[in-house]
Design a protein around this ligand. Sequence first.
Ligand code: PHE
Length: 340
Amino acid sequence: MKEKIAQIQELLRNELSSCESMQALDALRVKVLGKKGELTALLRGMGQLSPEERPAAGQMINDAREKMTAMLEEKLSALKKLEQQAALRRETIDVTQPCPMPAAGSEHPLTLVMNELVDCFTGMGFEVVEGPEVELDHFNFELMNIPKNHPARDAQDTFYIDDNIVLRTHTSPMQARTMLSRKPPIRIICPGRVYRADEVDASHSPVFHQMEGLVVDKDVTMADLRGTLNAFAERLYGKGITTRFRPSFFPFTEPSAEVDLTCVNCHGKGCRVCKGTGWIEVLGCGMVNPKVLEMCGIDSTVYSGFAFGIGLERIAMQRYSIPDMRLLYEGDMRFLGQFR
Ligand code: PHE
């Protein structure tokens, strides 16, 4: 009996040392300690022993069972530990490994130009204000001295929401909103979207961008307007770039002018971009019409002002040699990706 037990123990020890998986360990446990296992068979064989021999033999088998169970458990916890270590090794992340960079976006050329203009004018003491794109006729037209049945109101140009509400056709209504809500001195710019019922082509879009400027104070003159715009031209495009004022008409400014900048492409010599003229038209401006000042509650005998409206698309197209305005709105990544 003793020998038999020692044999089984020896067998277990041998097999344990080469056992490498939980399944194999479990099979081994069944083989030795299970119902049909070798130790159990010994227990069954006790019937053949004499009554005197039985207690000692039973004791021996039980001791052996305990010992072998302990051996199996020890192996089990060793295997578990190994498995855990393997799992940890599998899941290790090397944080020093180089990884692919996430694709970065880029700012839209119109945003780039807008930010540049905002920088330029805030540097001269202007404050940025913003206003609604869905605007009352009253601000968009009436207070801008564009009465009912003025040609600028032509239904072909203006998107009407109803009789009194329009999509703003310019950023000028912010002149009126600002003058009505604050007292001079006023020095604001207002960048934003404007809407006109134009057919889409290489130089027109029903949605485009303007930046309004308004200065109202005592003794503001046309020279201040010219000086401000020259400073803007130089700041934006560098030395030698200047402005040319051409007489024009806007109902809300008097006198009014259209302003050209020296063509940045040819520096005034004349090229394809400026159609041989050496100049690029970029904005409309003028001295705020005293009628507008009065309608907006400002005493025109004490105060005067100037205003301007810059077209951002023109400037962006010039600056980045963009031949077709539609490129600015199509969202083509091959185009936009060039502005990193
Ligand atoms: N609002 C005018 C336009 O849309 C531009 C402008 C603004 C002209 C301010 C004079 C003064 O064309």
